[in-house]
Design a protein around this ligand. Structure first.
Ligand SMILES: [Zn+2]
Length: 459
């Protein structure tokens, strides 16, 4: 702010005083908010995809207040002004809605350039204010993804599994998933040839209805849906009433309550049973569901599962989906209930447990009511779960060959006698093991569907 051009006929002292006063005033003025030098902030990326149907927002802000906002869209040949706003009351922020111009463009182009200019109310730059300019390259894509359901398993049973193979294509495919009526999203896996996908589905036992749609979304926000049709087979599951004997409550239940001393210390023996059978079971199930929810995305060409038969001479002693009520002393006195989400197989003590199909061990540890628990991943989101083991012969990360002994049966966790609790999981959902233990079911619902899909694709 030095000023050497202030010399005049006035005395040197007056000149100095005057200069000092002017300089101070100027300094004060330039440091006031009226002369702030911060540019408005235009919050937008340098490029994006746009379907051109839905307007998108650009937020513009300035601490001192906005004076005007102008915006242009250019297609390389023509330029159209899409916004020209002068504010009477300067706002600190403004949302610009970018719409495709109804009139203006004669030539169409997939490439647009958006220019946004904003000016604030500062008196800086000879009262013009600070201005900011920002540009964004826009790739226009109004084409919805192409979806086509190729083939599905003929039906799906409540509590059971099914498969679907479909085609999804788009220049800029961003999201692809299967949406269901019960809120679960299934992730598909690339299948056989470019553009094809396969997905294993499950109808959770606690859902009365089942419906599934493929959803594809591209980078510009264009969305397509395609229904996957199945013949729906209702199925009811058994209900059992089991007596909770003192031997059980004071034995297994009391032992398991020691796993959670803080939560069970003040509970009565029957309350402990309810805690272990319900709260603790839910935690143990949640761990299994979490571990088995992951799906790999490597392309698959086939999925040839042998029927699972984990025990050589196992007798089924407990069924999947059984709604079990526990009563104490009198049948009317029900103290707890739960669903049995696997089957129980029994043979001799510490019998060999075989892996019927190859896979990778994803869990090998103690897991509450399931005791020593082994979980194997077989691909496509299919997992098998082995509970109550006396010994685990594999550890997490181990590869398993078909026919290998992976553990020994036992009575760890909530088990009275030596047996195997066997569960099958699809994308984190407990499904009927009976299907995956049945070679005819596997052939009709999985293997043949995949082979037919390949023939259709190759045709
Ligand atoms: Zn069981």
């Amino acid at each position: 702010m030095s000023n050497k051009r202030g010399g005049s006929a006035l005395g040197p002292l007056i000149v100095l005083l005057l200069l000092g006063a002017l300089g101070y005033a100027g300094y004060k003025t330039l440091n006031s908010p009226m002369f702030e030098t911060d540019k408005p902030v235009i919050a937008m990326a340098t490029e994006r995809y746009w379907n051109s149907h839905h307007p998108f927002d650009v937020n513009i802000s300035d601490d001192s207040g906005l004076k005007e906002v102008t915006a242009y869209l250019s297609n390389g040949k023509e330029r159209v002004r899409i916004a020209d706003v002068t504010f009477k009351k300067p706002p600190k922020s403004y949302t610009l809605k970018v719409k495709y111009p109804k009139i203006g463009f004669v030539n169409s182009s997939d490439n647009l350039l958006l220019t946004v200019i904003a000016r604030d109310i500062s008196k800086w730059h000879f009262f013009k204010g600070n201005s900011a300019v920002k540009r964004m390259r826009i790739r226009v894509d109004s084409q919805k993804p192409d979806l086509f359901s190729l083939i599905t398993s003929y039906g799906i049973t409540r509590g059971g599994s099914a498969i679907a193979i479909f085609k999804a294509t788009d220049k800029n495919l961003k999201e692809l998933y299967i949406e269901t009526n019960f809120g679960k999203r299934f992730e598909p896996t690339p299948f056989y040839k470019e553009g094809y996908y396969i997905v294993l589905l499950a109808w959770p036992i606690d859902q009365k209805r089942f419906s599934a749609k493929v959803v594809a979304v591209d980078a510009a926000g264009n969305k397509s849906r395609a229904r996957l049709s199945f013949f729906l087979k209702a199925r009811s599951y058994r209900t059992s009433y089991l007596q909770a004997k003192d031997r059980f409550i004071n034995g297994k239940i009391a032992d398991l309550a020691e796993d959670e001393p803080e939560k069970t210390r003040d509970l009565s023996p029957t309350e402990k049973l309810k805690f272990i059978n319900e709260t603790y079971r839910t935690e143990n199930d949640a761990l299994i569901q979490k571990v088995t929810a992951r799906v790999d995305h490597n392309r698959v060409d086939s999925f040839n599962m042998h029927p699972f038969y984990p025990l050589k001479n196992g007798k089924v002693v407990g069924s999947f989906g059984d709604h079990r009520y526990y009563w104490y002393k009198e049948k009317e006195n029900v103290i707890s209930e739960s669903y049995h989400l696997g089957i129980d197989l029994a043979s001799i003590r510490q019998d060999n447990i075989y892996a019927s199909n190859p896979g990778v061990v994803v869990f090998a540890d103690y897991n509450g009511i399931y005791g020593n628990n082994l979980i194997i991943y077989h691909g496509l989101g299919l997992y098998t779960v082995y509970g109550h083991c006396s010994t685990l012969l594999k550890k997490r990360g181990d590869l398993v060959r078909a026919g290998e002994v992976v553990a020994k049966t036992g009575a760890t966790g909530l088990a009275l006698g030596d047996h195997l609790h066997f569960s099958t999981m699809v994308h984190g959902i407990f499904v009927r093991p009976a299907e995956w233990m049945d070679s005819r079911w596997i052939k009709a619902n999985i293997t043949d569907v995949i082979e037919n899909a390949k023939k259709m694709i190759d045709k």
